[in-house]
Design a binder for this molecule. Sequence first.
Ligand code: PLP
Length: 344
Amino acid sequence: MTTFSFLDDYSEGCHPDILQALLESNLIQHAPYGSDTYSEEAKASIQSHLGGVRADIHFVASGTMANIVAISSCLRPHEAVIAVGSGHIVVREAGAIEATGHKLIVVPAVNGKLTPANIEAALAGNAHFPHMAKPRLLYLSNATETGTVYTLPELRAISTLAKQRGLILFVDGARLGAALSSNKSDATLADIASLADIFWIGGTKAGALLGEALVVCNPSLKEDFAFHMKQRGGMLAKGRLLGIQFRELFGTKKLFFTMARHANAMAEKLAAGISSAGYLLSAESETNQVFPILPNSVISMLQGGFQFYVWEAQGPDSSVIRLVTSWATEERHVDAFLSKLPPA
Ligand SMILES: Cc1ncc(COP(=O)(O)O)c(C=O)c1O
C-alpha cells in the first residue's frame, strides 16, 4: 500500500512554475556565483518587500548553511549565541554552530519562543567576563520549531532589548512564509527587515527545489559577507539555480505567500478534524505543523497509510506526532487522514 507523507514540507519537488522556469532557462548562459540576471531580479523583488530597509541579499543552498554562514560572520571568536532549547541550531544541526567555535547559551522556550525575560536571565547568568563567553547574538526561528509564530509586539520587544543590550538579532526563516501567512501573525517581511539585523527567507520548505535567501539588513554586517559564504562552501558556481527559483517565488504571482497560505489552510483543516474527533493538540496549530496527541494503538494503525514523525512520548500509552502540510498537500490527503482516524 502506498503511503502519503506528512513527514515534512519538502517531500515534493517544487512548484510547476519553478520547474518550468528552470527548463526554459536551461540552455541560456549566465554569469556564475550569483552574479546572473535571475539572482539580480530575485534580489530586486525581495527588496521591494522590505520597506525602507536597503539590504544585501545572498542565496545559499540549505538552512544549516544559512545558519552557519550568518552566525559565524556576525561573531568574533569569544562571542556566543542565545537560543531556546528547541531551537534548530541547538538540537538538529549536529553541533554545526558549536563547530564554528561559538558557544550556544540555551534558555527555556515559552510556547516555542524566545522571550525578553529569558534573554535577560541569560545575560545575567553569563556576565563573568572575560571568563564566560560573551552573549552577542539572539537566534530565533519564525515560525518556531513547534509551529508557533511571533507576533509583531513580541518581535518588537526582543528587537528593542537587543538594541539596548548591544545584541545582534538573527531570525531563522526556514518557515518564514508559513509564519507571515499565518492568521496569528501581524508581521510583514518589511517588519522583519526593520527589526532583525540579519535573517533568512526559506525557499526549501516553501515550494522551491532548494535554496534560502539570506537578508543582511544591518550595514555593519554587510562588509565581506561574500567572503564568509565562499569560505564556508556556501557560494554556488551555478547560483543561477537559486536565483531563478526566488525570482519565481517573489514574482508577479507571489507564489511564496500563496503557497504558504495553502499549506497553513491544509494544517488548519487537519487540526480542526483531529480536534473534532476528540483528540488534544500539544500545541496550538498556527502554521503548517500539527502536533496531535494520539494513543499509540491509533498511531500504529495510521502508520499503515501515512508517514509522520512520532515526536515524543506522552505517558505510557500515548505520543505526540508531528504532521506537516506543504504547498503540495491536497484536501483529499487531509480528508483521507481524517477518515482513518477513529473517534477518541
Ligand atoms: C527552523 C529550521 N532551521 C533550519 C533548518 C535547516 O535546514 P536544512 O535541513 O536545509 O539544513 C530547518 C530544517 O528543518 C529548520 O526547520
